[in-house]
Design a protein. Sequence first.
Length: 277
Amino acid sequence: MSTLAPFSEAWFDALVALVFEAGDAIQAVAEGGQLAVEEKADASPVTAADHAAEAILSAGLRRLTPTWPQRSEEQTPPAPALRAQWSRFWLIDPLDGTKEFLAGNGEYTVNVALIEEGRPVLGLVGVPGQGLIYLGWVPEGRAERISRHGERLPLRTRPCATPPVVVASRRHRGDALESLLQALGEAAPGLQTRAVGSALKLVVLAAGEADAYPRRGPCSEWDIAAGEAVLLAAGGALFTFEGELLRYNKLESDLNPDFWAVGDPAGPLATVLRGWG
């Protein structure tokens, strides 16, 4: 059991070290060639890297916060009656972007979010292939990129660029998204699009490297929560197309509704996206 006080600087440092450790385990699997793939009930892939990172995160979070519940993509889901009692819990995706991991393109992440009353207040998005972690602590508006050597770069979103850059899923497109991208292009001539995998789509907004991320298609709560916390802490916004905030720990489904995220909540892309629903 840890003696570190939650939300102290030493506690934050321990979380960062834990996410780096999980990322190292993923990289070790990749370098060792242990890429045997299992198929989960939803037909999505899972590898030894998912399981290794899951074991590290679960044990480490239990040491740091022994009384706080955990919900992870790779765990058997707790009963809804039990989850209904949770006001604070960890939401984990030990390897977001398993298909990107298998493709070897580096666009996979380790996602750890702290949820309070259905909303993300803390997020860590580790990028093992880059040796980086993006951290967002929403109550203090603290967002930073942390290197393996301890260098910390504060993050802020940017005013909507001219022309703007929109990031979209590398693997989940479809007619609805293409129609929306066309509308954004008409509102912002010269608009550029980038295909990006995993939670990286949200952290590039937080880092001021892109301007919007519209999501039309299924994704789960653990895919988004950590990245949303980083984005919010950096000054961005994320809403459903009905104008509502995403809620986490929904008892009826782990899936998120379609949503949009922007770095500049007052910019022209946000105006178009607000009117799209």
